[in-house]
Structures are given as structure tokens and as C-alpha cells.
Design a protein around this ligand. Sequence first.
Ligand SMILES: NC(=O)c1ccc[n+]([C@@H]2O[C@H](COP(=O)([O-])OP(=O)(O)OC[C@H]3O[C@@H](n4cnc5c(N)ncnc54)[C@H](O)[C@@H]3O)[C@@H](O)[C@H]2O)c1
Ligand SMILES: [Zn+2]
Ligand SMILES: [Zn+2]
Length: 363
Amino acid sequence: MSVQVQGVVARSKGAPVSLETIVVPDPGPGEARVRVLACGVCHTDLHYREGGINDEFPFLLGHEAAGIVESLGPDVTDLAVGDYVILNWRAVCGTCRACLRGRPWYCFSTHNATQRMTLLDGTELSPALGIGAFADMTLVASGQCTKVDPAAPPEVAGLLGCGVMAGLGAAINTGGVTRGDTVAVIGCGGVGDAAIAGARLAGARTIVAVDIDDRKLEKAAHFGATHTVNSRRTDAVEAIREATGGFGADVVIEAIGRPETYEQAFFARDLAGTVVLVGVPTPDMTLEMPLLEFFGRGGALKSSWYGDCLPSRDFPMLIDLYLQGRLPLQDFVSETIGIADVEAAFEKMHHGEVLRSVVVFDA
Ligand SMILES: NC(=O)c1ccc[n+]([C@@H]2O[C@H](COP(=O)([O-])OP(=O)(O)OC[C@H]3O[C@@H](n4cnc5c(N)ncnc54)[C@H](O)[C@@H]3O)[C@@H](O)[C@H]2O)c1
Ligand SMILES: [Zn+2]
Ligand SMILES: [Zn+2]
């Protein structure tokens, strides 16, 4: 039997989101229906609403969530009803060229539910990142459910489903930050702060945080930055060099997605260092730089999609570290809100007032 629940829908480009009744089908083969307990508000939800991802309106927003498996398709054997899960947008296929080479975190053919959730009149919804979790219930591919220790509260666990994982993974997986490294992070929102927390966890000796907002720098210090730089007042490249013995950092993570900050990242790293771009640029942005600098500085220029995470490997491990008090995931939650407050949360995000607003559902 399909169920009807409330969900946050973006009906058309730029229009405020609305709370609608949505129809969630019974799970078919390979699918799971999940009762959502909490779902964070991510910048990407706003990008969807603004038509910046694609034009497949109406969208069912929300994709950074934790919940409980409510029912399962007939052939699903690796999950059970009642399992506590984080939803991921990387259910790996196991058969694409990346998976076959043993690099499933690059999977080019990830799974989503086959059936569509709809509005009451039958209009098909496009779930954000194949999840759509600003709703009491959602339908996903079973591989999008990653079991974790239920001791972690849902508003905290769900954060690993997107932005916090992207930042942690940009440092640990893509950047390969390790004990003794010097690291700089440019842009200290939820993603940048997670990169800082990841660098600390991995044993970085110096972590320089760069932002244009002093409130963000205060938070960055809390997550482990050893130096903070307000790049409105101070030259970011000079300040990062100064904090790293004059050389630049081993790993510089750009967590904004702009050409000018990418350029800072490029010049703020040491010879043979690594730049990681985790911020998402827009199609109009371009970069012009002397090619000789690319050659002469050596090292690696990388991009990080979803922190190069493998949910089955990374989510349970990071939840365990959180439960041991070694990863302060709870400090990313600026506020918990109701399902009707998503539009207001977009506004706060826009003004830099929050790291994460998290919608909490009645259990
Ligand atoms: N690669 C991925 O898989 C992935 C996943 C999730 C999010 N993201 C992207 O990561 C980026 C950051 O996300 P977020 O949620 O942290 O956003 P956010 O808006 O919360 O944070 C951005 C931060 O950058 C700062 N900033 C803006 N302009 C700056 C400048 N010129 N110099 C220095 N600091 C500046 C802002 O003050 C803010 O603190 C976004 O582009 C988002 O789309 C990428
Ligand atoms: Zn694959
Ligand atoms: Zn997201």
C-alpha cells in the first residue's frame, strides 16, 4: 500500500517551497521505504529550488537524513525493517568501470529508487539527489541506506549524508591529510568546518582557516583551526605562508567554489602540495593562470565529490568516532526546526547565520 505524507516541494524555479501531500509507493524490488527522523538543510537544496541543478521540477527536497527502515522490497536481504540508517547518494553499482577497478567511491552508475513518488494528482516528483527526505517517509534504493549505531541521535547522524561527509572526506580521503601535515581551508561553512575537523582527526599539525566572516572563523577555531585569517582584512596567501614556515600548506582545501578563492588555494600550497576543490562552481566561472605555474609547482590538483566517500566504509566508522567523543558532529547543528520552516532556514543560510538547520520529525 502506498502511503500519503507531508513533504517539502519546490514547484517552480525560484518560488518559495511549499508543504504538500505526497504519495510514497510501496517498495518494489531493490527499494526501501524509510521513516525519516531528521534531515539537514543543505546548500544544494537551495540550488535545486533556484533551478541551478536541472529543470526537472517539481522537486522533493532534502537529502541529508537519518531514519528507520519502514518496509522493504521483496528481494532486499541486507536490511531489516527497523534498521537505523543514514541515507546516502552513493549506492554503488558494483559493475561500472570504476567499481570493477576497485574504486567504488567513484561509481558512475549509482542506484536510486526505480518508482517515483508523486503529488496527489499523480505528478511525478524529482527527489533531491535521489533521496527527497524533507518528508515523513521517503522511497530510496536499498543501497542508499547505510546502517549505523542507533546511539547517535538522528539530527547528528543525518549530517554525514551530505555536507559534513563532503568536508571530512575532502580532507581525509581526497586530500589524504595525514599526521604532521599542514592544511589550509578556504571557506568555513559546514563543509569547510568539516574539512577542518577531518584534518584535526587525521593529525594535521597546522590548520589555517580562511573566511570573510569573523563569526565563521570563531567556529572554525572550535573545530580545530590553529590559525584564523579574515581574508577581507589580510591577504590569504601571505597569511597561509606565514603560518607554515613561509612555504605554504601541504594540502589546501577550497570549500566555496569560486575562481578567486581557487587561485588563493593554488598559490597558498607548498611545492608538490595538493589542492582539493570541494566547493561547487557555477557554469559561468572561468580561471586564467600561467601554465608554467601548474608545471613548476608540481603536486596534485583534485576535486572531491561527496568527499570520495564509500558510505558502507565511512558512515559507521565516523559515527563510532563521534560516539567516542573524537568527532564533534553535534556542533554542526545550529538549530533544529520543523518541516514547515525550511524556507526560513534557506534565508538564515543565505545570511551566514547557521552551519546547519536540521528538520526533526516526530518519531
Ligand atoms: N563536492 C561536494 O560533494 C559537495 C557537497 C556538499 C556541498 N558542496 C559545496 O561546498 C560549498 C560550501 O558549502 P557550505 O554548506 O559550507 O556553504 P556555506 O555557504 O555555509 O559556506 C561558505 C563559506 O564561505 C565563506 N566565503 C564566501 N566567500 C568567501 C571568500 N571570497 N573568501 C573566503 N570565504 C568566503 C562564507 O562566509 C561561508 O562561511 C558549496 O559550494 C557547496 O555547494 C560540495
Ligand atoms: Zn559502479
Ligand atoms: Zn547536500
